[in-house]
Design a protein around this ligand. Structure first.
Ligand SMILES: Cc1cc2nc3c(=O)[nH]c(=O)nc-3n(C[C@H](O)[C@H](O)[C@H](O)COP(=O)(O)OP(=O)(O)OC[C@H]3O[C@@H](n4cnc5c(N)ncnc54)[C@H](O)[C@@H]3O)c2cc1C
Length: 530
């Protein structure tokens, strides 16, 4: 019997396991469906581009999207210790203060304003560059400034020529402008939550880690979660929880598990023959995600990282990393970007950019004909489209039906077009003139908003930031309350990306870690009252 059972050893789960087990009188069990994080590519920052396919993800596809010309999008989600923090691109951004102030003021999330959450961002952070009231310097999560590629520096100059001011720090309140991203790395290695938080905690006698173990059901008795069923090597085991079951299985895994446990929309559960334990309409609703659109340019020479696709150069880079811990292998490639406006009526920038000094690095984008390219992608940071996660069947092994409803709202499509136009503007600045031969995608022939719309529909893809499917709030459709307790049940919380009522205006990992840090204090009764 454990005090706390944590389901899902991802970005949030590893933080919670480490924080809760700081109290030696409590026993904590962390259960992860995937394997331990022993794959060496996990720990090399550059390895992320190998992670969006292969054995360390669930292999999901999103349902054919009405808004994306009926295409099926690959939908990579981690299935390994550390979860998304073990496979992501390591870009470290926390959104803007307005995001959290809106959660508190407009989404019924008392206690989640920026002033409330800032201490948890600061507590998590071990920043190698920035200090002061907005940053932590000795937290577990390694956050580093890199040594950007020369072409990445050209991007930052070009963005300034296009009118975006230089921004040294995207995480100190204001986001607008262009600059270099910090990354969740330390000393040239990925700082996943498995490495940063869990590794040192595993020595504690009160923390048990079970990997390669999939939770098939949360067991609820008399309105209280009392344990879980896990499948290990095809055999079912029961684990009991004295105090709480905490679900941190991610924005796809958490609603799926709740529904398989009979917690969700009654009608949907009944359709699949699942006994309704607790009718909770909001489970699986409100799925939203950032939709990336890439502008790709062909370079007139080997100015970027594409040369490292050749074995000879890989050997050089590998040696540099092995000897000095530096060079292209120590880079996440996505070293710079920025935030700017599509819709000037918005209070804060609504489009985010990521620059890559290569082409074909990310899933689904091919190389350029000449072999050397660069990529500038953009997404609308506060999409209005909402989709869902639903069960395909009552069988744990079946992938859920994931419909992020990309570009379901016309407004989002307009912002995607804005993003392409601004990307083109940046890539056509004098700073790039010596390097770029021509635009490869969308290509010179694609002109005007109607053509760019068609391009976005054909090429838009997930930025891998699903959130919102167990939404926090105080209305009837909320899945969890502002203490992250599942509404209407005792002993059960959800504490991960799925609780965000609206996505933050940036990449999501830092915000998830903050959520878990705050959840740990709430569970331990240490959080200030809302
Ligand atoms: C390819 C990729 C690139 C990204 N790039 C960035 C980036 O550069 N910067 C950034 O800030 N964010 C990025 N993100 C997003 C960020 O990593 C996620 O938002 C974050 O990791 C989500 O954390 P989570 O704890 O909610 O879920 P996850 O980290 O996904 O953890 C959920 C865990 O639960 C496990 N699980 C699920 N179901 C069960 C079950 N039934 N039983 C047991 N275990 C289960 C899963 O295997 C997984 O390990 C990226 C994500 C991906 C996938």
């Amino acid at each position: 019997m454990a005090d706390y059972i944590i389901v899902g050893g991802g970005s949030a789960g590893c933080v919670l396991a480490a924080r809760l087990s700081e109290d030696p009188v409590l026993s904590v069990v962390l259960i992860e469906a995937g394997p331990p994080d022993t794959d060496r590519y996990i720990h090399m920052p550059v390895g992320f581009f190998k992670m969006t396919s292969g054995p360390l993800i669930w292999g999901y596809d999103a349902a054919p999207g009405k808004g994306i010309d009926g295409r099926v999008m690959v939908y990579p989600q981690a299935r390994v210790l550390g979860g998304g923090s073990s496979i992501n691109a390591q870009v470290f951004t926390r959104g803007c203060p307005q995001d959290y102030d809106d959660w508190a003021a407009d989404f019924g999330c008392a206690g989640w304003s920026y002033a409330d959450v800032l201490p948890y961002f600061v507590r998590s952070e071990g920043n190698d560059t920035f200090a002061g009231s907005q940053h932590g310097i000795d937290g577990p999560l390694g956050v580093s400034s890199g040594a950007p590629h020369p072409l990445t520096r050209i991007f930052v100059k070009a963005a300034q020529q296009a009118g975006l001011p230089f921004r040294a720090d995207f995480n100190a309140g204001e986001q607008e402008g262009a600059g270099f991203y910090q990354t969740t790395t330390r000393n040239g290695k990925r700082s996943s939550t498995a490495v940063a938080y869990l590794k040192s905690a595993l020595g504690r006698g009160n923390l048990t880690l079970r990997t390669d173990a999939t939770v098939s059901r949360v067991i609820v008795e008399n309105g209280r979660a009392v344990g879980v069923e896990i499948i290990v090597n095809g055999r079912t085991e029961r684990l009991n929880a004295e105090r709480e079951v905490i679900v941190t299985a991610g924005a796809i895994g958490s609603p799926k598990l709740l529904m398989l446990s009979g917690i969700g929309p009654a009608e949907h559960l009944s359709q699949h023959g699942i006994k309704v334990v607790h009718d909770l309409a909001g489970v699986g609703r409100n799925l939203h995600d950032h939709m990336d659109v890439d502008v790709v340019a062909e370079l007139n020479g080997p100015h970027g990282i594409d040369r490292y696709k050749k074995k000879r150069w890989q050997a050089v880079a590998g040696l540099e990393y092995a000897l000095f811990g530096k060079g292209p292998v120590a880079s996440n490639i996505v070293e710079a970007g920025g935030f700017w406006w599509g819709d000037r009526a918005e209070k804060t920038p609504d489009i985010q950019f990521h620059f890559l000094p290569g082409a074909g690095v990310e899933e689904g984008i091919g190389s350029v004909p000449g072999g050397n390219g660069c990529t500038l992608n953009s997404y609308h940071v506060r999409p209005r489209s909402r989709g869902s996660v639903a069960l395909r069947s009552a069988d744990l092994r079946d992938a859920p039906v994931i419909d992020p409803n990309p570009f379901g709202e016309r407004y989002d499509l307009e912002r995607a077009i804005d993003g392409i136009e601004i990307s083109r503007e940046i890539l056509s600045q004098p700073a790039f003139a010596r390097y770029i031969r021509r635009e490869h995608l969308p290509g010179a022939g694609c002109q005007g908003r109607a053509a760019l719309e068609a391009f976005a529909l054909q090429h838009g893809r997930s930025a891998y930031h699903p959130v919102g499917t167990c939404r926090m709030g105080d209305d009837a459709d909320s899945v969890v309350d502002p203490e992250l307790r599942v509404c209407g049940l005792a002993g059960l919380r959800v504490c991960d990306s799925s609780v965000m009522p609206r996505i933050v205006s940036s990449n999501t990992n830092a915000a998830v870690i903050m959520i878990a840090e705050k959840a740990a204090d709430m569970i331990a009764g240490k959080a200030p009252a809302a």
